[in-house]
Design a protein around this ligand. Structure first.
Ligand SMILES: [Fe+2]
Ligand SMILES: [Fe+2]
Length: 142
């Protein structure tokens, strides 16, 4: 798994959500790129995609709540990045349906999603933890 413990924010709910997102996105990408008949993979990919659409929104909401609770100064900017990502996922998801479950589109999407997740969690989300530590309100004894 591409998850690393150094990505932890020290907030158990958020950390658990990040791990689940890594797990799902990785498996999504692996499935989309694995050998075999595309039609057979479509149901599994659709299921993960539907899960993600809900889970990502929930995660972003919880993470934004946490930011507010510690008066994180980057809250507005961070929220905008989240909104942009949700819109991107919904847009690709619609293209995917309109294209009648295009294989290449989903393979590209899986790769982009994983790259975005790693970058966002390792950089943008880490800034929240850095701030919490600086303010002395970090979770899990950090
Ligand atoms: Fe996050
Ligand atoms: Fe975030």
């Amino acid at each position: 798994m591409l998850w690393k413990d150094k990505y932890e924010l020290g907030v158990s709910q958020i950390d658990a959500q990040h791990k689940e997102l890594f797990r799902r996105v990785e498996s999504f990408m692996q499935t989309s790129r694995s050998a075999g008949n595309w039609e057979e993979k479509v149901p599994k990919l659709n299921e993960t995609l539907e899960f993600m659409k809900t889970y990502v929104v929930e995660h972003f909401r919880d993470e934004e709540e946490y930011q507010k609770s510690i008066c994180y100064p980057g809250y507005e900017a961070h929220k905008q990045i989240h909104t942009g990502m949700v819109n991107y996922v919904l847009e690709v998801s619609k293209q995917y349906e309109d294209s009648n479950f295009n294989e290449q589109l989903m393979q590209q999407f899986g790769g982009k999603l994983l790259a975005w997740l790693i970058n966002h969690v390792a950089a943008e989300d880490q800034r929240i933890a850095d701030y919490a530590i600086k303010k002395g309100v970090g979770g899990n004894g950090r």
